[in-house]
Design a protein. Sequence first.
Lengths: 543, 352
Amino acid sequence: MVKEEKILEMRSIRKTFPGNVIANDDVDLAIAEGEIHGLLGENGAGKSTLMKILYGLYSADSGDICLHGVPQDFTSPRDAIDAGIGMVHQHFMLIPRMSVLQNCVLGRQENPLESPRSGRITDRFERLVQNETVRDIAGLLSIDLANSKAKLNAISDDLGMDIDVEAKVSTLTVGEQQRIEILKALYWDADILVLDEPTAVLSPTETVQLFRTLERLVDNGLSIIIITHKLNELTSITDRISVLRDGKMIDTVETADISERDLAEMMVGREVSFDVVKDETTSGRRAISASSLHAKDDHGFTALSGVDIVINEAEIVGVAGVSGNGQIELAECLAGVREPQSGDIIVQDHDILKTPSDFIEAGVSYIPEDRLKYGCAPELTVMENLIIKDRQEFTNSRGVLNFDEARAHTEQMIQEYNIRVPNTEVSAENLSGGNLQKLIIAREIHREPTALIACQPTRGVDVGAIEYIQDVLLEQREQGTGILLISEELDEVIQMSDRIVVLYNGEIVHRTSADEADREKISRLMTSGTAEESDSESVGVAS
Amino acid sequence: MNPIEITPRTETPDWLAWSSPILTIVAALVAGAAFLLLLGHNPLWVYQIMFVQPFTSVSGITNIILETVPLLIISLAVYFPLKAGLWNIGGDGQFYLGAIAATWIGLSWDVPGPVLILSMMSAGMFAGAMWGLIPGYLRAKWGVNEIIVTLLMTLIGIQLNQYMIQGPLQGTGGYPASDTLSAEATLQTFGATRLHLGVVIALLLLAGMYVLIKRMTFGFQVSFVGANPDAAQQSGIDTKKVIVYTMVLGGVLAGLAGMIQLAADAGRLQAGLSPDYGFTAVAIALLGMKGPLRVFLASLFFGLLTAGAVSVASTTPVDVSIINIIQALVILFILTTSFVKANKVVINKEVL
């Protein structure tokens, strides 16, 4: 399948940022025509920077980009798109209230002057129509999308996607939206498709569908670059893998010749343990429990309809489910930051819990899913973010904050939790995802909570940090904390938990102990709500 | 290559962070010079009268200080809510309410001097607090935009003042103004100078604000709410309380400024007691976002601008509205500097 012709070559790419941060240190990358190439590296290794340079978002300090052997000089994404590079960003660039068609043609309408309907064209008119300026103006003025629609339909048919191009994007699922992004890139005539963490938002079934689509694309001659830090996915789909570490290209290897363990070592620079070692604990009395919990989401739709859950001391209860089935609302209710419509939440002896501070005082800690939005104040310092929940401890009777004590405490936390920061006064927004997550975990855990609500604690952090965070959670479990672990990584849920519940459409549809967990069954329950074999094979998009 | 390349900065260089307020002002003055040239004046001459002349006499320096006092206090009234992410652009309304309440006490109560002054201050602060409480409560309870509420309540405050000086508080003589306050109800000056107690109060308030923001846990909570209200709430901070408290304190400060201007400067309630202090204060608070000392320096600069405007008006034929243009330019350039601070701009000379 892989031809030896190099479609893309990036040579000695160098990019530094102010403060002498070398994001790309003379990086070489070559992509062969028709291959799926994995770009692997921890957060901050320089993958995104390299791809942003390719896409014309950044300009490199030095180095060349060659497409089909021809040197390129991209100063904007427009140039890169024109040269045939398509990018599917991690956060989709779609306008929700527009249709699939409108989203795809935005900026790239097929010329209406070539419409098959205009049959009686005189020679002079023909010349006029060929005029560049006239075509541009016609493109700007026209809203005739017939040609565009025909092209889009042709592409989606070719891929076997059953897509209603008139459907509004807001009505599509995340997986469907991602396919629209791919479709958009193809509609824009991409030869090389770059996907940034494409599976981060997908359910296992959707991931399989995506990979099937990608394989079909390379069969049609497209070349694909996938950025990820999920090793298992890379080894299953790619032909070759390039590993970046600290801005340097470590190596490019044939996928067939390498194990996941070796890849992880290349990526992190040391040996990584994949095995979660769970010690036996005896779970004690209940730490936190909720009964017949009903709640609405931010848009006022029902998110939880009657959830009963008990988390005992010294155990981890894992919540499996596809994002958007009520996990966030469940976490928020249990952490006291969302008011349930009805139902009772009891934290050990405390049963009258209203405000977030009631929950905090009762011993509930919370690791929110969105670190930057809910976990910290990004523009404030590491110290301010670390002490925010303990502010009263550092306050004297006159309401004055003791900054010396706060700083000493911060330094101790940085040491203890191995948070890599230059000093205590640096803004939290400058921390990498993994380090910021460690900061939040340090803040939540050092209070020795009765219950810990952990929402996607390892999402978007690198392998080394995942290992560390999982260890910290398990250690906390041994200390007697009752932990609710919400994760979209089914493997993580199964490995870490003592008991597992499956959340589907705001209800718990399945409960099992981790020992008896059946991965296939849970996977089906996550996507369909029943354990019956379902028709999850179709690759259909909105009908 | 693009002729002008813009890349986001990961960190702001120290020199830029330190010098940006000064560069802002310099840039505004350079742009202002263009307007002066258009009007046929020599910018250096005008700037000399505006910025140098006030420093050459005791009277000039006194003018700067006296112009700074109300600006500083109202700027703190804008600054504090701004730290919590709230725009109190209604400083003027709170100012007038403070002045009205103080006038009423000052004219009608018959008590010894110090008691009368303290009563007037309390009344002014209370009335200002009420004018800050309403937008604060509406914002906390129902999420009503405080910018609109404070703005509209300023208009109400100004009209209330108009009503008072032509109605209940109108003095003898038929002018649209109250009676002049007695000497007992006036803030004392120090010795032979025109400097009054308000100068000391303004400095004490500045010191108090510094301690509150930089040292107190409450100030820390306010900053956290301003930086990320969602995270603050999840950290157990009662954000609604913070919103109400900061707006009320803003009202208290602006109301006190109204009392001080009334009792030290005007001597009676009249129209135009505030030459849009509340709006100038928004610009000052923006310039001084980094801390109360910056607010002080920015107030001093705008005090100088106002005092300079007076000396320009009294000694030259230049229209005073040029000062308004320069003030507006300063605000425009603040926006530019925040962009330059966040982004690195490189101009490629070879391409141009």
